[in-house]
Structure formats: C-alpha cells, structure tokens
Design a protein around this ligand. Structure first.
Ligand SMILES: *Cc1c(COP(=O)(O)O)cnc(C)c1O
Length: 361
C-alpha cells in the first residue's frame, strides 16, 4: 500500500496506527456486532467511547478539573460567534489581536455582538510575525481577550502569551492543540476544529473554565449556548460520534505510541528544524515567517518567482508530495507538518527541494 506524503493544512494526515486500528474495528467494534458509525449515541458502548475520549484529552493536556470539555460541531468558525454570544455579556467589550485570516474572521464576527477592539495586528507585514505582547494595552474591563495561537496560513505562533490580568484569555488552538504541552490554566476558553491535529473534520473541541459558562446574550440559539452542551455532556443532540471515536484513537496514539506531549514536542521540533534549516541555507527557497514567530506545524515558503513556485508545486505532486500549495490568499508553498506527519516525509521533501534547487539554479 503506497501512502503519499500529505502536507495538507486540514483535513490532514492521520497516524497510520489510528487508521489501521479504526479499519480493524470498522465492521464490528469491540464485539458489539456494529460499527461505531451505526451506534446510538445514547448506547452504553458509545457512552464509554465519549467518556474515554474526554478522559484521554484531560490526561494528555493536563486539563484542570474546573474546566469543561465539549465535543461540538460547526468547526472553529462557529466558535467565532459562540464566544462573543456567550462571553461578551458583562461589559459587552472584547479585545482581539489579529495575526492572520482566522483571527480577522473571529474579530469581524465578534463585532456583530458588541464593542470589539483590535489591540494589535501584524497585518503591516503580511502577518509574518506575532506582535510584541508586552507592548499591548489591554482594556481591564473587557470581557475577554482573543488570540489565534498558531496561524495556520502564515506559519506563525505565539512564543509568549499576553498577560491579560483578570481578563480571560480565549484562544483558537485549531492548528496548535496537541502539538506541545500547554498550560490550560492560563486560559478562560480554548477551541479547535479537530481536522488539523485531533482527528477527522466534523468535530470541534471546546475547553471552557466553569465560571465562564454563563447565560448568553439575548436570543442566542440553544445550540450556540455553551451551557446547553455543558448541562447535557455534549449530548443535547447527536454529537459527531465517529469523529469523537477517531479523536480518542489519536489521543491513545499520543499516549501509547508517542509517549505524551513532551515527547510530541521534541519530535515536532526535530521535524520542523529539518525543513527550516534547509530553507535558511537555501539560495532558492525562503521561509516567509520571521524566525522568532515560527510555527512548528505550518511552514510557508517561496522561491524567487511565482512561476517557479508553480513549477515546484506541479513537480512535487508528481513525486508524491501532495497539498504543498500555499493558501489561496497568499500563494507560494506551505508544508503543514502536523503530529501525524512522518519524519521520513519531511526528509524526503528536503531531498526533493535540494534537487529542484540544483535543477533550477
Ligand atoms: C482551519 C482553521 C480554522 C477554521 O476551522 P473550521 O473548523 O473549518 O471552521 C479556524 N482557525 C484556525 C487557526 C484554523 O487553522
């Protein structure tokens, strides 16, 4: 069986261990005589699956007991509205740092629901860096501060978190979660679409501090109310059952095969260094993110011209490296090297780039 090297930003590569395990359980899960896809979400079998997935997530991320874990749908994009609807309720104000397309979308959505300020932005340099968080003046009466931890399109990530005092810090961690350890207690709320580093599309994970589960703005739909999902253990309606099951397997893979998030981080640093070291020494290719803000998960790069970029993307595809095209809004190339990306693929990609550089010098 030939697997390609899939550098997609999401949905993205999953660990082969997970795919094989799921395949072996596809038709008859654990002696139940049915597939997880066919199970009632209220069945005892599925209750075990969702509880086990939550427990593994709590263990892997070291989530304190005063935080709730929610398994929702609607993607990270639905959270752009759900967060202001549920959290912008005391002073109806929030501060946003914009570091890319996703944070801009989150910011624009929140504007519909209250007084939202853009307190810092890296738009002046095409989002190639993270603003100095120590220079930012946050509003102490804001209901929350929103950041995008890892910027999937521009390949940047925070290496230092803003100090927001008593104002809850809210973060989109779609392309960051599970890539390295994180101190959950520094946040009021974290959210992630699962399709980057946790499993297949269709599942959105929210981690919310209990005291932020409040009565939302007036006329907030029941389904967009955190309290609904907290009160019903993510079972107010049918949850994305199969995606939750696969997420549980991904977490098991991190625990049993990788050995936890410290180990995961080591591997991710090693993988990213292979690519960054090459990019920094290349006379043709160049990484676009500033070194101090570089992501371990998404690595955008360019050659000297759009024509060469195009040629590179075409040739890479033929050689078994897929989805290296940069986001449609920025062009160039991007290698997303999430947890499940085998190190061999990154090494092979660098070899391929070396060859391309020689041929196109
Ligand atoms: C992919 C992504 C999104 C969008 O996620 P959906 O689940 O498609 O809504 C939002 N934020 C970040 C950081 C992302 O990487």
């Amino acid at each position: 069986m030939n697997r390609v090297c899939n550098f997609s930003a999401g949905p993205s590569v999953l660990p082969e261990w997970v795919l094989k395990k799921a395949a072996s359980e596809m038709i008859n899960y654990n002696g139940s005589g049915e597939s997880v896809m066919e199970m009632s979400h209220r069945s005892p079998e599925f209750m075990v699956i969702i509880q086990d997935t939550e427990k593994r997530l709590r263990d892997v991320l070291n989530i304190p007991s005063n935080y709730k874990v929610l398994f929702l749908q609607g993607g990270a994009s639905t959270q752009f509205a759900m967060i202001p609807l549920n959290l912008m309720i005391k002073n109806e104000k929030a501060d946003y740092i914009t570091t890319g397309q996703w944070s801009k979308k989150a910011f624009a959505e929140a504007k519909k629901y209250g007084n939202v300020r853009e307190v810092a932005s890296s738009a002046d340099k095409v989002f190639s860096y993270i603003p100095d968080v120590d220079q930012i003046k946050f509003d102490p009466s804001a209901d929350y501060v929103h950041i995008t931890y890892n910027n999937t399109i521009y390949g940047t990530k925070y290496n230092k978190l803003p100090n927001t005092g008593n104002v809850p810090l809210v973060s989109d961690v779609s392309s960051f979660i599970l890539s390295e350890p994180i101190d959950i207690s520094k946040f009021g709320l974290l959210y992630a679409g699962a399709q980057k580093n946790m499993g297949p599309a269709g599942l959105t994970v929210v981690i919310i501090r209990e005291d932020l589960v409040l009565t939302p703005q007036e006329a907030t739909p029941t389904m967009l109310t955190y309290k609904t999902h907290v009160d019903n253990g993510s079972m107010y309606n049918t949850p994305p059952c199969y995606a939750i099951y696969i997420c549980g397997l991904v977490l098991r893979w991190i625990q049993e095969e990788v050995g936890g998030l410290e180990k995961m981080k080591e591997i991710n640093e090693k993988k990213a260094a292979i690519l960054y070291d090459f990019l920094d020494s290349s006379s043709l290719f160049k990484a676009t993110a500033e070194p101090s803000s570089r992501s371990l998960m998404n690595i955008p790069f360019v050659t000297k011209s759009a024509d060469l970029d195009k040629k590179f993307i075409e040739q890479s595809k033929i050689s078994g490296f897929i989805n290296l095209k940069g986001h449609r809004s920025v062009g160039g190339m991007r290698a997303s090297i999430y947890n499940a990306m085998p190190i061999e693929c990154v090494k092979k990609l660098v070899n391929f780039m070396e060859k391309f550089e020689k041929e196109n010098a």
